[in-house]
Design a protein around this ligand. Structure first.
Ligand SMILES: Cc1cc2nc3c(=O)[nH]c(=O)nc-3n(C[C@H](O)[C@H](O)[C@H](O)COP(=O)(O)O)c2cc1C
Length: 159
């Protein structure tokens, strides 16, 4: 099984989670693509595509949304898993439903919120002020859902 993990990240959390998924897909040939470095990926060689994005202002990153728009027909021919990293846990499902096309959500083998982090050291001044104001958090915090990562990998790997 050949898998592509295609993701975008602002402060590194989604990349970290993508690597955790890769570690758990042992037995697969896995290639990771960061859409911050390249916007085009040749999907043909892959059987399975994992798409990951963090959420800002209620939506997935624009590079991920654009990638899906441009590759939707091809994605619907593959096994697909979708994950997001975000910090407003009670809004995660709503943000996923708004941010990914229904046809792709229906097609996906698994769609999960895998937790998130506030990495203050990576944020600019405006982001720091915003996060402090909205969440009341003043320090970096990590809330990665490792058990849900295990579950996600089980679901996308099931026969
Ligand atoms: C400026 C800012 C805005 C954010 N907006 C949201 C949001 O609307 N909803 C949410 O659930 N999380 C939000 N988050 C939390 C991020 O999704 C979370 O920090 C995520 O782990 C970042 O992943 P990344 O480093 O891969 O970009 C926001 C974080 C920042 C810094």
């Amino acid at each position: 099984m050949k898998t592509a993990i295609i993701y975008a990240s602002k402060h590194g959390t989604t990349g970290f989670v993508a690597t955790e998924i890769k570690k758990r897909l042992n037995g697969d040939e896995v290639v990771m693509y960061n859409l911050n470095d390249q916007q085009r990926v040749e999907l043909r060689p892959f059987d399975r595509i994992v798409i990951g994005s963090s959420i800002y202002a209620g939506t997935p990153l624009s590079k991920v949304r654009r990638f899906i728009e441009q590759n939707l027909v091809d994605l619907l021919q593959k096994q697909v898993g979708i994950f997001v990293c975000c910090m407003f846990f009670d809004k995660a499902d709503e943000q996923i439903n708004k941010g990914f096309p229904e046809v792709l959500r229906n097609h996906a083998r698994s769609i999960k919120h895998l937790g998130g982090e506030f990495r203050f050291e990576e944020m600019n001044f405006i982001e720091r002020s915003l996060v402090k104001k909205i969440s009341g958090t003043r320090e970096s915090v990590s809330s990665i859902k490792y058990e849900t990562i295990d579950e996600f990998v089980r679901e996308i790997s099931a026969n």
